[in-house]
Design a protein around this ligand. Structure first.
Ligand SMILES: Nc1nc2c(c(=O)[nH]1)N[C@H]1C(S)=C(S)[C@@H](COP(=O)(O)O)O[C@H]1N2
Ligand SMILES: [Mo]
Length: 371
């Protein structure tokens, strides 16, 4: 008891105040809301329930929401650290539990803090391609988001009286004001040194970004190389390659690479927008997917599965629903920025569609299954 009292007597920084904590809390509330909303959007784009036919436009919607999710998350790191520093003395409050209600309140704060740290650490490790944990990232990050956001709502309700008192009042103390400005600046710098991974003109500033949108084979980043995916035959012996359209169609198709080159070609500008936050716009040339399905006599309401030459791996196939494959921008591309795709970008053929996560832009496509 005396030990605890001595400890709390040592938290003497004048920068701490209820108002400073409330201000930081409000910013965190905004940032967590943005992360939760963009995260859910991303999740249901990648794992849509059967009834959900999300639209193929605006073309850059996924690119923007995922950029906000990842860059917003990185910018939140200084903010969360500042908030934890500001409220840290409360950890030592005495008595630790005054009542059942107080115990419940503290339990929600514990969930909120632990969950928020978990989300930031796993998110940062994921964009750095570091999978040092025994659980699946997508499931863990998804479910923890509900715990964190639920605990945040409870916390805001519990603290509402304090929040209201401080929200719209000016911070009078100049040191505290400077402290808040410094934290805001740190968040701004964190965003500035990563935003270049999706806004190419700022790529030189992107020192913290794991990917530079201009670096990679054919000047575009590569997420899984042909070597890693075990793609060899189509590359060493292009004559053996076939693109097959099968399933619920009138006339199944089996086309060689030379057949594909002879079909009408279209050129579109579309981004690859990786779930890890980087994105880059390229010019793609190839065959409209809808032309191919029309040629095979598939229904405009059909669901398609695009399958890769890749034998195993999470992203060897992807589903393309009607709004996407009926869109004239959706191509089975043969070229990137005017040049034949190289092996790492999906030679002979890759899918490219608007408003769609990179993981669903399947490379080395060999089969389109119509159902
Ligand atoms: N067959 C297959 N296609 C794939 C992948 C994969 O692992 N296998 N990775 C996807 C991911 S995660 C991204 S971001 C894009 C990146 O395309 P790029 O490597 O041409 O830049 O390809 C997608 N297509
Ligand atoms: Mo990706």
């Amino acid at each position: 008891m005396i030990f605890i009292q001595t400890l709390s007597a040592r938290f003497t920084s004048r920068l701490r105040s209820e108002q400073v904590s409330a201000r930081l809390g409000m910013w965190l509330g905004i940032s967590f809301t943005l992360a939760f909303a963009t995260g859910l959007f991303s999740h249901f784009t990648q794992h849509p329930p059967t009834w959900l036919l999300w639209p193929s436009r605006p073309v850059n919607l996924y690119r923007v929401t995922q950029g906000l999710h990842v860059i917003g998350g990185i910018a939140t790191v200084p903010l969360l650290l500042a908030k934890l520093w500001a409220v840290y003395p409360k950890l030592w409050q005495w008595p630790p539990l005054r009542s059942a209600g107080h115990a419940a309140e503290r339990l929600f704060v514990l969930l909120l803090v632990a969950g928020a740290l978990f989300q930031l650490v796993t998110g940062l490790m994921n964009i750095a391609y570091d999978y040092a944990w025994p659980f699946g990232f997508i499931q863990a990050h998804y479910w923890t988001a509900f715990i964190v956001y639920g605990a945040l709502v409870v916390h805001v309700v519990n603290e509402w009286a304090k929040l209201r008192r401080h929200l719209w009042t000016r911070v009078q103390d100049p040191d505290r004001r400077r402290f808040l400005y410094a934290i805001a600046a740190a968040c701004g710098v964190a965003a500035l040194v990563t935003v270049g991974e999706t806004v190419a003109p700022l790529d030189r500033l992107a020192v913290l970004a794991p990917r530079n949108p201009r670096i990679g084979s054919q000047g575009v980043p590569v997420n899984r190389s042909a070597l890693a995916a075990g793609i060899t035959e189509a590359i060493s012996d292009p004559g053996s390659y076939r693109l097959v359209v099968m399933g619920a169609v009138r006339t199944p198709l089996s086309l060689t690479y030379a057949d594909l080159v002879r079909l009408p070609q279209h050129t579109v500008s579309l981004p690859i927008s990786c779930v890890e936050g980087w994105s880059v716009e390229c010019e793609w040339t190839g065959i409209r997917l809808r032309d191919l399905i029309a040629q095979a006599g598939g229904s405009p309401e059909a669901f398609l599965t695009v399958e890769s030459l890749e034998q195993s791996g999470y992203y060897r196939s992807s589903e393309v629903r009607p709004p996407h494959w009926n869109d004239p921008l959706t191509l089975l591309a043969l070229k990137i920025n005017g040049r034949t795709l190289d092996a790492d970008h999906g030679y002979p053929v890759r899918l490219i569609a608007p408003n769609r996560p990179g993981v669903m832009q399947t490379k080395w496509v060999t089969r389109v299954r119509v159902s």
